[in-house]
Design a protein around this ligand. Structure first.
Ligand SMILES: Nc1ncnc2c1ncn2[C@@H]1O[C@H](COP(=O)(O)OP(=O)(O)OP(=O)(O)O)[C@@H](O)[C@H]1O
Ligand SMILES: [Mg+2]
Length: 252
């Protein structure tokens, strides 16, 4: 099988004034199709830098990156943007939605850059993507008319509407409460079960356990890499939450 992500001795050095910041100091890692990798590690260990490189938002200083069998480490900005739009979905901690723009329009955006689609087809696909994350009844809502969890689901629909093989998520539950975090992890687990490869950055050990593998960074290097032996299941946990809430209502 061809890895989705295959990086070799990946180095990223940022130049800040006279100082070199060595954000990645040689990362070698393969991510296979269907994996759900949780990337953890202390603040400043290089997680977001890795996600930027993996997401073709930036180029490595040294080292190789083969994405779905294609060497992308030397591509220029325009070529990287094309690869990114076609093959990668990105979800951020802060949702990164446009204000005064409906959910439907946010999700239509990535389709404006890709294959030329008729407006009607674009809207139909965007509506289907929103429906798939449970927002079929919120198509005309603006971000300030949606909860945090709903905004993150709009961002997930936007990331997936071009049907990428790889979803990258940098602290997607960082701004969400516990219950909403489990809901979002439930969406990721469902998508992963349908074949989507996921790499997700998190600070929280329990969030990492929704994945299939935990890779931990330290000082710009891989410090540990292990499978998740007892995996958490978001669907089961949400049901338990609801039963607990129902009991509390009965008791009141
Ligand atoms: N654009 C940049 N220019 C200069 N230095 C940067 C840049 N981005 C990151 N760095 C530096 O690179 C190192 C790694 O940063 P990175 O954002 O990858 O860490 P992180 O693991 O994502 O941390 P956090 O958990 O706080 O998000 C840090 O020392 C950071 O200050
Ligand atoms: Mg970060």
């Amino acid at each position: 099988m061809t890895p989705v992500i295959s990086v070799r001795d990946l180095v990223k050095t940022y130049r800040v004034g006279e100082v070199d910041v060595r954000a990645l100091r040689g990362v070698t890692l393969d991510v296979m199709p269907g994996e759900f990798v949780a990337l953890t590690g202390p603040s400043g260990s290089g997680k977001s830098t890795f996600m930027h490189l993996a997401g073709c938002l930036d180029r490595p200083t040294f080292g190789g990156y083969v994405l779905n069998g294609r060497d992308v480490s030397q591509l220029d900005k325009r070529a990287l943007a094309r690869v990114r739009n076609r093959e990668i979905g990105f979800v951020f901690q802060g949702f990164n939605l446009l204000p005064r723009t409906t959910a439907l329009e946010q999700v239509e955006l990535p389709m404006l850059y890709g294959a030329a689609l008729a407006g009607k087809e674009r809207r139909a696909r965007a509506a289907a993507a929103l429906d798939a994350v449970g927002l079929g009844a919120r198509l005309d809502h603006h971000p300030n008319q949606l909860s945090g969890g709903q905004q993150q689901r709009v961002a997930i629909a936007r990331a997936l509407v071009n049907q990428p093989a790889l979803l990258l998520a940098d602290e997607p539950t960082g701004n969400l409460d516990t219950r909403t975090s489990i809901e979002v992890m439930g969406i990721f687990q469902k998508l992963n079960a349908e074949g989507l490869t996921i790499v997700l950055v998190t600070h929280e050990p329990d969030i990492a356990e929704y994945g299939t593998r935990i890779v931990s960074f330290r000082d710009g290097r891989v410090r540990s890499d292990r499978p998740v032996t007892v995996r958490r299941g978001a669907a089961v946990e949400l049901r338990a939450y609801e039963e607990q809430a129902a009991l509390e209502v009965d008791a009141a």
